[in-house]
Structures are given as structure tokens and as C-alpha cells.
Design a protein around this ligand. Structure first.
Ligand code: 13P
Ligand code: SF4
Length: 301
């Protein structure tokens, strides 16, 4: 029996569901019951009734699934797969900031650890950040963490001052205005999409700055035939699969998130076999980290 068949059989026996982020390996996306961006995966986890969730993505995504579905056994097949940006806002540093700025509202991008989420007022993802920030009273002081690029893009687009933490996604931060200029020159007919984790100088040159889910939706609805995809290359698999009549160009710099690629079929099979690599969070962390995520889900309905 091949590995895909083994995973499918074991998944049924374990009453498990497999969720995969849009950046994971093609074969991982293909075996998943649900594929999505951070917001879509959080929404699915919040209403999931499965006994076991296999979360294929980086650690903060697996933690979010556990926080929203604490009764389920949540398995993260590559526990070493973290998000470097999430590690740029450590809980102690955020707590210290909060103590020094008691009148400032803390908004955490969902790309944060569970320990950091415990300290903040509200979460957002790239898929709902505009909606969440727009819902805040105009005079409210805000610290946006950890992504200074996403935060900077929001400040510009919404004309809404916010203090920004000094974090970024190393993969998206490396994308340059020259990458976009080169892509436009090579593909003059194409619609140019980038992720809002890119610098303001980059997003301002693109036609759209969207979450990975937003990009997939735009491609589905657009009458254009060609698209430049300014984000991690894993998303190209789903774009091409769902839109066989359209053409997608990655940036020449080929952005890859190595952490997302650590989830393999072999590791998924292994965790389903022995229910290993469980995400364990104490009850206090679940209760406190859940509040800003639930507020986010409520505000982004
Ligand atoms: P999305 O929520 O847009 O999928 O982004 C998650 C992420 O980690 C982007 O780098
Ligand atoms: Fe984190 Fe960037 Fe990888 Fe997304 S692409 S998981 S933000 S390192």
C-alpha cells in the first residue's frame, strides 16, 4: 500500500482531519481535508468536531488549532517547524511593553506564540487585518506586533497611526522593489499580487496586497489570465490546480519558507500511527490566548 493510502486509512481509523497551510508541500496539500490561509485554518479549527487534528503548517498554527479546539488531540508533524517572525515578539518583552504603556491596545498578528497571545488584547491575520484595525476607535493608541511590514501597510492604507514592533517575516522582507519591476518587465500583461508581509515599497508597486486566501479568491474571480505571485512559492500548487487555464509566475527570487517544507507525508503517517507530536498547552494559556483570537473571529465575521 502506498503512503497516501496508508495515511487515508489511518486518518479514518483515528477520526482525524488533516489541515494544511497554502505554503506546505504539494503532496501535503493534496492529502489534506482542508487547505487554507491562517484565518481559514483558525475558523475551521474553531468549529472542528474531529477527535484528532493534524495541523500541517508552522507551530503557531498548530497552537492556534489547539487553543480553538482544546478537546481535540492536535498533532504537529514537525515540532521544530516554527515561524521566525513569531519568535521576534517574545512574551516577556511584550509583557514589559504592556506594563510601560497601560493605555495602549496590543494587536498581535496571529503569527505569534501562544505565550505572547496571552499578553495581547486582540489578534488579526493578513486576511482580516484591515477589518480589525478599522473597527478600533480612532483615538485609541495601538501597538501592532510583531510584523512592522504588515503594520506599516495598514498604517498607510488606513491612514491610522500605530506603533510598530520591530519584527518581520525574513522571507517576505527579502522581496525588493526590483523583484517587482523585473516581474512587470517580464510579464507586462500579468496582474501583480504580493503578500502584505512585504515592505511598503514593494506593496505600493503591486496591483494587490493580499493574504494567501485573498490571492486565491482574486485569481478565481478575475478575468485576467496571467498573475505574478509575490509570496512563498507553495501557493502556486493550489493556484495552478484550481485554475488550469491561467498562468502563474513566481518572483525570480523564488521565496521559500523552509519551515513550511518540514512537514512531509512520512511525518504525517508517523504521527497518525503513534499519535505523537501532540501540541500541549496548559489550561491557563488556552483560556487567556483564546480571548484575543475569539475577539478577532467575532470582529471578522
Ligand atoms: P496567510 O494567513 O496569508 O496565509 O499568511 C500566513 C503566513 O505565514 C504568511 O507568511
Ligand atoms: Fe513565518 Fe514568513 Fe514562514 Fe509565514 S512565510 S510562516 S511569516 S517565516
Amino acid at each position: 500500500m502506498d503512503i497516501v493510502q496508508k495515511i487515508k486509512e489511518l486518518k479514518t481509523a483515528r477520526k482525524a482531519v488533516i489541515m494544511a497551510h497554502n505554503y506546505t508541500l504539494a503532496e501535503v496539500q493534496d492529502i489534506a481535508d482542508y487547505t487554507g490561509d491562517s484565518l481559514e485554518l483558525a475558523r475551521i479549527a474553531a468549529r472542528c468536531q474531529a477527535e484528532v487534528i493534524v495541523l500541517c503548517g508552522v507551530r503557531f498554527m498548530a497552537e492556534t488549532a489547539k487553543i480553538l479546539s482544546p478537546e481535540a488531540i492536535v498533532l504537529h508533524p514537525a515540532p521544530e517547524s516554527g515561524c521566525p517572525m513569531a519568535d521576534m515578539a517574545d512574551a516577556a518583552g511584550v509583557r514589559k511593553y504592556k506594563e510601560a504603556h497601560p493605555d495602549t491596545l496590543l494587536i498581535a498578528y496571529v503569527n505569534t506564540t501562544a505565550a505572547t497571545k496571552k499578553e495581547v488584547d486582540l489578534c488579526c491575520t493578513s486576511g482580516n487585518a484591515e477589518k480589525i484595525v478599522s473597527a478600533l476607535p480612532s483615538g485609541q493608541k495601538v501597538m501592532f506586533l510583531p510584523d512592522a511590514n504588515l503594520g506599516g501597510n495598514l498604517v498607510k492604507k488606513l491612514s491610522r497611526p500605530m506603533e510598530l514592533w520591530h519584527g518581520c517575516c525574513p522571507i517576505h522582507d527579502r522581496i525588493t522593489p526590483e523583484d517587482i519591476a523585473l516581474a512587470r518587465k517580464s510579464h507586462p500583461q500579468a496582474v501583480v499580487m504580493v503578500h502584505p508581509e512585504c515592505k511598503v515599497e514593494v506593496t505600493s508597486l503591486a496591483d494587490h496586497a493580499l493574504s494567501t486566501g485573498g490571492m486565491l479568491q482574486l485569481v478565481r474571480q478575475s478575468s485576467a489570465r496571467e498573475f505574478v505571485v509575490g509570496t512563498e512559492i507553495g501557493i502556486l500548487h493550489r493556484m495552478r490546480k484550481e485554475n488550469p487555464d491561467k498562468i502563474f509566475y513566481p518572483l525570480d527570487s523564488n521565496p521559500v519558507c523552509e519551515d513550511m517544507k518540514k512537514i512531509t507525508l512520512e511525518k504525517i503517517l508517523e504521527v497518525l500511527q503513534d499519535l505523537s507530536c501532540r501540541v500541549e498547552l496548559d489550561a491557563e494559556t488556552v483560556a487567556r490566548a483564546r480571548k484575543p483570537i475569539e475577539k478577532m473571529l467575532e470582529l471578522s465575521k
